[in-house]
Design a protein around this ligand. Structure first.
Ligand SMILES: N[C@@H](CCC(=O)N[C@@H](CSCO)C(=O)NCC(=O)O)C(=O)O
Ligand SMILES: [Zn+2]
Ligand SMILES: [Zn+2]
Length: 188
């Protein structure tokens, strides 16, 4: 059987609703769930193969999008959250008990500062933006996936309409490079 890329991708992608205005995310604890409320839909939702993003069990990829920080609030059981790696650009706040990442916040000088990374599969509502592309595909090899089978992974993404990249998508990489150029006072 083909490995699961992600449950929301394996059987084709369900389009989101352009008018969807946000909702709640919950961790996987059976009780006293951490609850996060989002006041908008996500943007730049994507599959991510990197080793740091939270993935559901047996999936090779995470699906992660962003919301402005001021559209996110922790509305229950915040005391269960801890930061996985305080030195990372994305400070991932995870539930200490079930391990699910509720949000990842950028606090350092970074083009995506002011955005929080979230996983909409933690919501039981529909309408969230569907994944737009697959990022950090080759990173799954670093985690033990056979390089001989990576072409199959790329073809599967293409078959559900997702372009694949080994970093982020070109528009996001251009935004990062522009930020770096400005920081270096380059003339653009
Ligand atoms: N090969 C590495 C890549 C890790 C990486 O750079 N991840 C990206 C994407 S995360 C969501 O798209 C990133 O921006 N990381 C910053 C951070 O995690 O703080 C690996 O697989 O680990
Ligand atoms: Zn939990
Ligand atoms: Zn990632």
């Amino acid at each position: 059987m083909a490995p699961s890329l992600h449950p929301s991708i394996d059987n084709g992608i369900k389009k989101g609703d352009a008018n969807f205005a946000g909702g709640k995310l919950y961790c996987h604890c059976p009780s006293n769930k951490v609850e996060v409320t989002l006041g908008s839909n996500v943007l730049h939702n994507h599959a991510c193969g990197c080793s740091k993003c939270w993935k559901p069990e047996s999936a090779l990829f995470s699906v992660v999008g962003v919301v402005p920080t001021d559209k996110l609030s922790v509305t229950a059981n915040e005391q269960k959250l801890h930061i996985i790696d305080k030195s990372a650009a994305i400070q991932r706040h995870a539930c200490r008990e079930c391990g699910v990442h509720l949000f990842g916040r950028i606090v350092v000088d970074h083009p995506f500062k002011g955005l929080d990374f979230v996983h909409t599969e933690l919501s039981d509502q529909s309408g969230w933006q569907e994944p737009q592309f697959a990022a950090f595909v080759s990173s799954i090899i670093e985690q033990g996936f056979s390089p001989d089978q990576i072409d199959g992974v790329r073809s599967k993404f293409k078959s559900v309409g997702l372009e694949t990249y080994d970093v982020l998508s070109p528009p996001l990489m251009d935004a990062i490079a522009t930020h770096t150029a400005k920081k270096n006072k380059a003339k653009l």
